[in-house]
Design a protein around this ligand. Structure first.
Ligand SMILES: C[S@@+](CC[C@H](N)C(=O)[O-])C[C@H]1O[C@@H](n2cnc3c(N)ncnc32)[C@H](O)[C@@H]1O
Length: 385
């Protein structure tokens, strides 16, 4: 694979160091930088990482006395602690077979044992900016912030929503780097044949797909969640009356959930025997797991139990979560756990799971929401389009 090449150039090493440090939740040690750079661009002489850091500190990087580095913030001459998430992580909390961890998933993945997870079901952040501590603070204080989620949430009203179509090419590159690094950190932690199912949207799914494929995952298709996702905004802005017959873009009625797999060892049957992974669990013996699932938008009953701006519905998640462990055994990871809806779904179908959430308030929310969501009786709520 091209990215695993041992060929390196100073430019590639430099770009990788920048990306690694920009994505970190705090300053990294030289050793951590070396490991993450090697994951990103393949084996790299440690001397070139070290000399690049040395030569570009203090111009581009800031070094702490104990040998940790961060990217320098223009106009600031020291480490800007408030740019990083709090390091005061809480203790993990257990709900039946589900474990919720308060951490940054990049750091958590790095420390996780290899070959110890059997599937991933996750709904990651797409506006990387949206989930920064600064934007979260604005959201919670009700004073502005950059949000694509509903203009009023949790009693707060926000400013108009920028659309994914307005992302600049630098922001798209940032998104690509984010998913590529994430996928590279994730891969060794999964057993061969582990399914990775990632919620996406029609405008940005090509970026995530490319990053996962570049990182060495096999594309296995997409599950289409049939649901009305985009509300309004399909007419020409400020020219509705002039062009009454125009839709600016197709009004979206579906959500792609990308399906990737860590390459299997040998044949599917070998992989199933050895690792318990490689396929999907059928809804029943005579029905295969299909790639279109009708789903209502998340219902008010659930949003009241778990008021997270991007909450996914249990009726849909339970079907996905159940399917990703073909033999019904193993551990499911949600590295961007939010209100814990994936963990609740896993507990509801009887699977072991672990979720990682870095935002303290969402972590607290998930602690309250998981026990309620997992007990939710869907009979009355479960409707199709
Ligand atoms: C789109 S939301 C997921 C919501 C989830 N589907 C639910 O139903 O509650 C993404 C979540 O990932 C969290 N997050 C963002 N970056 C993270 C990181 N590096 N590590 C762990 N969590 C992160 C955000 O705080 C946010 O709660």
């Amino acid at each position: 694979m091209k990215r695993e090449s041992t060929r390196y150039s100073p430019g590639r090493v430099r770009d990788a160091i920048f990306q690694v440090l920009k994505l970190a939740s705090g300053p990294l040690s030289v050793q951590e930088i070396e490991q993450r750079v090697a994951l990103a661009i393949g084996p790299t002489p440690t001397s070139s990482v070290r000399s690049y850091l040395r030569l570009n500190t203090p111009d581009s990087f800031v070094r702490e006395s104990r040998g940790f580095y961060a990217v320098r913030v223009p106009g600031h001459d020291g480490l800007q602690r408030e740019l990083f998430t709090s390091q005061a992580w809480r203790e993990p909390v257990q709900f039946g077979r589900a474990t919720l961890v308060h951490a940054d998933c990049f750091d958590w993945l790095e420390k996780r044992e290899d070959n110890s997870l059997h599937a991933v079901v996750t709904d990651p952040p797409y506006g990387l900016h949206e989930y920064t501590p600064e934007q979260q603070a604005k959201l919670r204080s009700g004073r502005g912030g950059v949000w694509r989620i509903p203009p009023s949430f949790d009693g707060h009203v926000r400013s108009p929503l920028p659309r994914f179509t307005t992302l600049t090419s630098d922001q798209l590159d940032e998104l690509r780097a984010f998913f590529y690094h994430w996928a590279r950190l994730l891969q060794p932690k999964l057993v061969p044949g582990a399914q990775v199912v990632v919620a996406s949207n029609p405008l940005l799914s090509y970026i995530v797909s490319g990053a996962l494929a570049d990182a060495g995952f096999e594309r296995r298709g997409e599950v289409i969640r049939l649901t009305m996702t985009m509300r309004g905004g399909d007419r020409p802005k400020a020219a509705h009356d002039e062009f009454p017959g125009v839709s600016v873009m197709p009004r979206s009625m579906w959500e792609p959930w990308l399906v990737y797999r860590k390459p299997i060892e040998g044949r599917v049957q070998d992989n199933l025997r050895r690792w318990g992974t490689g396929g999907f669990r059928r809804p029943s013996q005579d029905k295969p797991f299909g790639d279109v699932i009708a789903s209502s938008p998340t219902r008010k009953t659930e949003r009241d139990l778990a008021p997270h701006p991007s909450l996914k519905p249990q009726a849909f998640l339970r079907q996905i979560v159940r399917a990703v462990l073909p033999l019904g055994t193993g551990i499911i990871l949600d590295p961007f756990a939010g209100a814990g809806s994936t963990l609740a779904a896993a507990e509801a179908v009887g699977y072991e799971s672990v979720g990682v959430e870095k935002d303290e308030q969402y972590f607290d929310l998930a602690c309250k929401a998981i026990p309620k969501l997992m007990r939710l009786n869907l009979a009355a709520d479960q409707t199709s389009l």
